[in-house]
Design a protein. Sequence first.
Lengths: 623, 620
Amino acid sequence: MRRSFSVVSLLVMFLLPQNVQAQGDFDVRQHYVKHEYMVPMRDGVKLFTAVYVPKDTSKQYPIMMMRTPYSVGPYGADKYRATLGPSKLFDRDGYIFVHQDIRGKFMSEGRYAYHAPIKREKKTNKDTDHSTDTYDTIEWLLANIRHHNGRVGIWGISYPGFLAALSLVDSHPALKAVSPQAPMGDTFIGDDFHHNGAFFLAHAFGWLAGTAPARSNREAATSRRAGFDYGTPDGYRFFLELGPLSNVESRYFQGAVPTWTEFMQHGTYDEYWRSRNVPQHMNRVKPAVMTVAGWFDSEDPWGAANIYRSVESKNPGVFNMIVWGPWLHGGWARMDGDTLGYARFGSKTSLWYREQVELKFFRSLLKDGRTPDLPETWAFMTGGNEWRSFSAWPPREAAARPLYLHPDGLASFSPPASSAGAFREFVSDPAKPVPFTAVTTTRMGHLFMVEDQRFASTRPDVLVYESDVLDRDITIAGPIEVTLHVSTSGTDCDWIVKLIDVFPGDAPDPEPNPAGVKMGHFQMLIGAEVMRSKFRNSLEHPEPMKPGEVTKIVYNIPDKFHRFRKGHRIMVQIQSTWFPLVDRNPGTFTDIYKASAADFRPTTQRVYSGGTARSSLKLLVLD
Amino acid sequence: MQRSFFTLLLLAIALIHAHGQDSLFVRQHYMKQEHRIVMRDGAELFTVVYIPRDNSEQHPIMLTRTPYSVGPYGPENYLRFLSNLQRKYFERNYIMVYQDVRGRFMSGGEFVNVRPYIPNKKSNKDIDETTDTYDTVDWLVKNIPNNNGRVGVKGISYPGFYTTMATIDAHPAVKATSPQAPVSKWMAGDDFFHNGAFLVSHAFDFYVRFGWPRPAPTTMDFRPFDPGTPDGYQFYMDLGPLSNANTLYMKDSVAFWNDIMKHGKWDAFWEARDVFPHVKNLKPATLVVGGWFDAENLYGALNLYQNIEQKNKNHENMLVMGPWAHGWWAANAVDSLGPIKFGMNLSDFFADSLELPFFEHHLRGKAKPSIAEATVFETGANRWRRFDTWPPKNVRTRQLYFRENGRLSFAHPEPGLDEYDEYWNDPAKPVPYTNEITRWYNPAFMLEDQRFAARRPDVLVYTTDPLEEDLTIAGPITADLIVSTSGSDCDWIVKVIDVFPNDTPDPATYPFKAKFGGYQMLVRGDVLRGKFRNSLANPASFIPDTLTKVSFVLQDAFHTFKKGHRIMVQIQSSWFPLVDRNPGKFLDIYSARESDYQATRQRVYRTPINPSFLRLMVLE
């Protein structure tokens, strides 16, 4: 999912990929005819649907559909998109492509619900949702579009990926292949707007300001909203000067962004959030499913992993696979995938995926009617720079090895010898939060996921634990379970744990190197996650911390597949702010969405390492 | 230019075997000679002389003495690279003379860092840099054919020191000198020391290459050094206490480093190396040149000018201060530093309007140019100004007070409950001086965006409201602080910053780094090592948690904070690795152990009775 200013860039990136996807100069206008339809749903609401049909009518074609809140434009039967399918390879291969504006967005009728509750029981024709709209659209297409072969596939990235996942709920029997790509799965647990209940401020504010305002009139339907004007390029300053979250409503949104207003009323994992969780509904799945995920997806890392896992566990007979690549959000569709930030992957991972995985998956299922010859998991190993296939994810052969955080700042696979009570401490001051990036920006962006963390490690409010120089490669595969024994002087706080690959001092700089980056001792972020302390035991029932009491907190950093190479070091950083990625925790057990400026106080944070109160990261290590 | 002048010199030396168009130009118009000029004590100084082939008239001599090599060596090897400024002298048929100073590269004798001046010389064995210059000039005017009997001397940085020395007890043929960014008073403010604080990265970087013994004349007198990382912060953190520099790297072979380590306060050793007491009875005219963003010898330029003014009546002495990093006035077509553009070619202006006319007048009798007493660049407004004094006469001292809630105001504090701001300074996590990952010091750090620091809990930030009209400061800035520390020593770093309005357009040429909306441009920053607050010679400990007055002078600035901008001041107690870490204990830091370093709680008071403020000289 993307933020306001990026609605336009999203259209460029995902939906008009002609600028970036140079896979030949195939001109879709020569090979496809475009039609525009208002497709009626069961409740009478009509959805705007663009259908591109191959001019060659000597054959029958599968239908490839993508539904979106971001516009199916350009509008007009004579105006074509440059790329119709998930990649140009599909355009050449020949499918009937269907693009649909979802209910309430752009040229479609009805009321947009950013993320309506998912109801399995439908009582009347008025009970519509994304699943029924998908079902009704397929039904209409099969009856009204000629030359189809009776098989339908659906793909989508981000919000459209979420829509693709919802197509699996009570799916139409003609739907044979679905690829949810970076789908949002639960925006309280781990996607987009919250991670473990901590609010992802910069992203939520930016995205909702641009995409979620209530639609006022039909005239605006084909136009895109201008980006929010922050009045400064400096998001850190903007959000700090914003003060408590309640000021967003009073200063900026004033009720015009209903989703924001709702978020601020639901500060715990209540029925509002539970009813919107996608993975729980991934039962009774019939189509084949291929989930696509990026190791460095800043927006929907949780949904991809957990939709895959849910389909896997609830539907033993269904073809279900996952592809993990070294990508930012949607990077497999719009980039070559050979670099990200200053990370180098040694090959064009996105091109490989589009040719060897994505096209194969859909073509096999939709054209040949066969189960594709693809593994359970394709995963790209960062650091080692190779694709590996696995029959399970995480790999069965991965062994759990705790990386212990020692009181002297060492990170080691050996436990600390120190006695009980050893700790390191820092003061977390909400007036001086740790930046999540060294870049001056109002956006969340993507590259902070692989950014050099040296800007943070020099701070007194960031604890740094570092291994000795590795004498052999260490390859990790799977989620990383963090176990902390901590205390705070307040009654609530956040914990951010970052796993970092420290390059050797003589690591070569990139060539060319226009930004002058120095790779020697570069601290590349591999994975990170936040835990809002009050949610440590339950997102539904927050509990205060007891000041000064050692408390065990366990949570996961999302899946990684990374090789820390010989000569590198493994670093762990712990901090209690990550701003403005995550809003500031006042340090007081309260409903943060209603906190006032006076509620925010510095707290003394301690991380314990000795005795039974050990802190560690459980790495799943492949030998 | 992206590196220090010293780095450029190394680079120039590394390029010795290349040939280029400049070499051809020099070869066509000049003859090169190499001489070993005998000094009064018998030492021979290696001297390269480029003599114009044009002998239709007599030519003046321009002399530069340097510890950084006069290469390329060999009479057949001509200069391969001329800066724009240097080329102008060659085009004007100056006799160009370059000399390795005593004990460096191909010269005989023993090298002594900033060799002490001997006021009362008793014999021919009493030599110093003034006598070496005198003897050299004397030999040149007598032996180089076709010279007009007039000699100019100039040099930047260490050669600036030799230029000052050429001005003292000068040979009568020396008519004019231009000490540029001159090394003048170590320990106090030049190069490796500011107010007693040790600029560790600059000192180490320099001496680990420059400071090794030279048992015999050589054409390569630098030793390469690989710190094993491009990350200076990491390198100096890993280094640990300063004593490790000798133990791990220099191993008792870099004598001057050990001298520094032995002289942790102002004493006879440093006093002997202070040039200022000796800049009296000067005969040659002087043009002192410096850069507002010179991290090495801003102090030397400003204070040499003032000392010459004070100690010499009816003497032609002028000051040029531009918006330059160290030595950048001699570089080609400089118009910016980091992301900040100054809007003009500063190099041509300096060459054509200042330095060349100055020497052409004194050495060739050309018409006296109208060079002002002080030609100074006004940053912020980005224009050259001419004054008949520096600082200008029409300045008024105004006090800018630290106030509650991070405010900065010309209004005196009012009574309130809130008496101070505090932070913890942890020598294990010092505040970086730059946001760049760099091995050398980052030459643009002196105007770098300070947002990276403002966000830290160990940096206090005070900001004015947006200014309702332009405000120009001209001259030194004094920090008057009432502070306390929980330790017995600590550093105080005060940074004066120009905060740009939020809607300032980004620079066109610095796409990767700079966002100008809210940019916090460092205008002037400086450090005081707390124990030297009263005297560099008599360090005094702090009584823990006791209010203490700390007053020190930041170097001069000439800057206009434009209407709509804000003035910000940041206070911190580390500035790493520009300045070594203060252990937070009153002791000889040069022999401190790792276990001596402790975190301290630092407080800045701001009550009506104990106000903390800056004294600014505001131009009216």
